[in-house]
Write a protein that binds this ligand. Structure first.
Ligand SMILES: Cc1cc2nc3c(=O)[nH]c(=O)nc-3n(C[C@H](O)[C@H](O)[C@H](O)COP(=O)(O)OP(=O)(O)OC[C@H]3O[C@@H](n4cnc5c(N)ncnc54)[C@H](O)[C@@H]3O)c2cc1C
Length: 410
């Protein structure tokens, strides 16, 4: 009765994409989500063109989302209005899609495709030696119900009990992020540009490696938030609520910002993972540490890694775990490693200040910054952005030991 082909723990974008792909391929897949149907997720709700491409790959329409054509980048007194780059690989538009609606849309698509989904249902992996052989449902009065399958996908988001059991934990030597967001009304809700302020300072005047954002949702509201990297000097003492209020004070007038619609909420952004696969299982999305340290984006990586995991499971369940580790590594590891090195670099206030001046100095450098930060290029990309990425990759690799040794301390 409780035997399936594939089990998925976690119903965010990564888990829902996996369940959707599997169900459409005729796999008997079951997904467990500890939240209710329609649960919210603390997020900026921004989808880059890369994320839109991942949704296109899944044949999903973004009609319910608010279309975004580019980014307004603000650093000090400089403002640059940028369009998303035009590339062969990605569309030239992104979106803002409030997560309560977006995640519900995704999970409903998986259900419509035939996936079994249990909400309000926490699940933990069941191990036979070091092999995951199924999951055990905990809580909700159905204690100890167990499901078995030859393969389990861990899509549990930022670290939790299930990830801990499998050793899928953040590397303590690597950076991570913290961010907070709220919703507020604004007459500018229908604008087609995201806005990012890169020159935030904390209450003591220390430059923050991170940014403040205004992501218009097209529904009368804007998602307002701030995020910071753990490489910041004084990070442990950083008060995100205060930082958000300071940023809100800056944007209140130009955006005609109303009061927060609900209490601001903060959450973690994991940017590394010491173990993302093992016998009978793989980790996808945030559970695998797939968050871009340059902009805090994780939705695309969740969609892509969830889909890839299932494609490899469909190809051969016996090799899926190993093949996933290799292929997801080829796709993301170099970029994310460069991003983590970059975050050590900008943890130093003077480097951050100088870097910002260069990043937004001209329209061309700002365009390159946008393409690099959005992971809209790779090592093969021709032109200036591709050259910058390759150079950054090589030079950051060279100075990496020094960056770690001299990291900004609290
Ligand atoms: C403030 C903030 C702003 C952000 N802004 C952006 C942005 O604008 N754009 C972007 O791309 N990314 C953004 N991110 C990152 C993005 O939110 C995540 O990368 C993304 O949600 C990852 O998706 P996921 O499916 O891996 O995990 P999640 O979306 O976290 O989903 C994991 C799910 O697993 C469930 N779960 C956990 N444990 C269990 C269990 N044991 N049993 C059953 N269910 C379980 C949870 O309830 C949850 O629903 C932001 C993050 C933060 C904190």
């Amino acid at each position: 009765m409780n035997q399936r082909d594939l089990l998925v723990i976690g119903g965010g974008p990564a888990g829902a994409a996996a369940a959707l792909r599997a169900a459409r391929s005729g796999v008997r897949v079951m997904l467990f989500e500890k939240g209710p149907h329609g649960r919210d997720k603390v997020c900026g709700d921004g989808l880059t063109p890369r994320a839109v491409a991942a949704l296109n790959d899944l044949d999903l329409s973004i009609a319910d989302a608010h279309r975004i054509d580019g980014l307004r980048m603000i650093a000090g007194k400089t403002t640059r209005e940028l369009s998303w780059p035009t590339t062969d690989r990605f569309p030239n538009h992104g979106a803002v899609w409030p997560r309560r609606r977006f995640d519900t849309f995704l999970i409903d698509a998986a259900i419509a495709a035939g996936a079994e989904v249990r909400f309000d249902c926490e699940a933990l992996p069941v191990l036979d030696g070091d092999r995951v052989v199924g999951v055990r449902v905990v809580g909700s009065g159905v204690d100890s119900e167990t499901f078995t399958a030859p393969f389990t996908i861990l899509a549990t988001g930022a670290q939790g009990a299930a990830a801990k059991m499998l050793g899928a934990e953040r590397d303590p030597d690597e950076p991570f992020g913290l961010a907070i967001r709220a919703y507020a009304t604004t007459p500018r809700h229908a604008e087609r540009h995201l806005e990012a302020c890169l020159s935030l300072r904390d209450e003591h005047g220390t430059p923050v490696p991170g940014y403040g954002w205004m992501f218009p949702a097209g529904d009368g509201t804007v998602n307002i938030g701030v995020g910071a990297l753990s490489t910041m000097q004084g990070f442990k003492k950083l008060n995100l609520n205060t930082l958000l209020d300071q940023y809100a004070a800056i944007v209140r007038e130009p955006w005609g910002l109303g009061e927060y619609i609900e209490k601001p909420r903060a959450w973690r952004l994991p940017m590394s993972c010491v173990r993302r696969h093992g016998p009978g299982w793989v980790a996808v999305g945030d559970a695998a540490g797939f968050v871009n340290p340059m902009n805090g984006e994780g939705i695309d990586y969740g969609l892509e890694s969830g889909t890839l995991a299932v494609d490899l499971f469909l190809a051969d369940v016996a090799t899926a775990s190993q093949a996933y580790d290799q292929q997801v590594g080829e796709r993301f590891d170099a970029f994310l490693r460069t991003g983590r090195r970059f975050s050590f670099l900008i943890g130093h206030p003077w480097i951050l200040r100088t870097g910002l001046r260069i990043a937004v100095g001209t329209q061309t450098t700002a365009d390159i910054t946008l393409a690099v930060m959005g992971n809209l290029i790779d090592g093969q990309t021709p032109g200036a952005s591709g050259r910058v990425m390759r150079l950054a990759d090589r030079s950051l690799a060279l100075v990496d030991p020094l960056l770690r040794k001299t990291r900004a301390r609290s």
